[in-house]
Design a protein around this ligand. Structure first.
Ligand SMILES: NC(=O)c1ccc[n+]([C@@H]2O[C@H](COP(=O)([O-])OP(=O)(O)OC[C@H]3O[C@@H](n4cnc5c(N)ncnc54)[C@H](O)[C@@H]3O)[C@@H](O)[C@H]2O)c1
Length: 325
């Protein structure tokens, strides 16, 4: 049995990691300041997850949380391009300084490996597809720059201190538990939220921008493999499905699987949005044994069912008139 610390453990991805680890019988600690995460995300496993409310910029809290820890899964961040445009300095403090504090504490407490939640945003708008890890990064937004800075620190800590670090560039992660009420959420949860409220789907630009949507369970599998895989310290891996889907197509499939009436409205493109993002997952396949198992359609059905199940309890003013699911 190993001991894991999940920073951002009350967030979308972090809480799935905590749940999966707890269900495997591992020892799990979650550290989160609950700025965007919720304890409700850990419902059902809070008796098996040691929760610490704290900030990743606080080195002393981190050192305490890392006592006896084998693996740190560093998920805590402001995970929003839009917010990074509004508050670039604050996002830098959390995403960059927070990561540096995590790495220093891991170095000082003898952690075996840190797995860092990087982002496909690092690639920026280079038209070459699919994105390979050896392509030069070109961050377009303060968020992307902050995640890339975190990657560079991970690499540097491996080089100079021998702290094992692995960077995972997540593409567009979706699934149950994603925040549906926030304007900063991913496009799938925003689309579901609007559909369930009977509102039209807003597509920025022409809708032909392409994304690689990967279901949360596949992301959890990749992240846990990155803890144990041999010989991967200092490396960067793409974690996507390896398939591109346009936003227009996504809107169509979301409407179809929910069986809800939905209209699409186009509005001007957003600054900082990249045109196309599709992962080459060869490296993760070969070195982490990663195989995405859940299709976009299947993932959407599971996410929509979860959302429908939570509508009444959450009291967000949604209504259910669909016939599918
Ligand atoms: N969701 C995606 O599609 C996606 C894609 C690429 C990368 N990522 C990265 O994956 C990680 C997790 O993303 P998510 O989608 O689960 O986001 P999320 O917002 O649901 O989770 C982030 C968590 O970090 C916590 N947090 C924020 N600031 C903190 C601080 N100063 N101290 C302690 N905790 C803090 C939040 O409360 C939240 O629980 C992030 O690092 C994000 O950049 C996510």
């Amino acid at each position: 049995m190993a001991t894991y610390l999940v920073t951002g453990g009350a967030g979308f991805i972090g809480s799935h990691l905590c749940r999966s680890l707890a269900e495997r019988g591992e020892r799990v600690r979650a550290l989160d300041d609950l700025s965007s995460g919720r304890l409700g995300n850990l419902e059902g496993v809070l008796d098996r997850v040691e929760f610490i409310r704290g900030d990743v910029r606080d080195g002393e809290v981190l050192k305490g949380a890392m006592q006896g820890v084998d693996f740190v899964l560093h998920e805590a961040a402001v995970a929003s391009v839009a917010r990074s445009l509004e508050e670039p300095l604050e996002v830098d403090r959390i995403n960059v300084e927070g990561t540096l504090q995590v790495l220093c504490a891991a170095r000082d407490t003898g952690v075996r490996r840190v797995v860092f939640a990087g982002s496909a945003a690092a690639y920026g708008d280079d038209p070459t597809l699919p994105k390979r890890e050896d392509m030069p990064p070109k961050p377009l937004s303060p968020y992307a720059a902050s995640k890339l800075a975190g990657e560079h620190y991970c690499r540097a800590f491996w080089e100079v201190y021998g702290l094992e670090t692995v960077v995972l560039r997540y593409f567009n992660v979706f699934g149950p538990g994603q925040d549906l009420g926030s304007p900063y959420s991913g496009v799938i949860s925003i689309f579901l939220g609007r559909l369930f409220k009977g509102e039209e789907l807003v597509v920025f630009g022409d809708g032909e921008q392409m994304r690689d949507f990967v279901f949360i369970e596949d992301v959890v599998r990749a992240t846990l493999s990155a803890c144990e895989a041999p010989g991967v310290a200092g490396e960067v891996f793409n974690v996507g499905r390896g398939e591109g889907v346009t936003i227009n197509k996504l809107a169509e499939v979301v409407i179809e699987v929910t069986g809800l009436e939905g209209k699409v409205r186009h509005s001007p493109p957003r600054p900082g949005d990249v045109r196309a993002s599709v992962a080459d997952i060869t490296r993760a396949r070969e070195q982490l044994g990663y195989r995405p198992e859940v299709s976009l359609r299947e993932g959407l059905i599971r996410t929509a069912r979860w959302f429908r199940g939570g509508i009444w309890r959450r009291g967000l003013g949604y209504s259910w008139t669909g016939t599918a699911l």
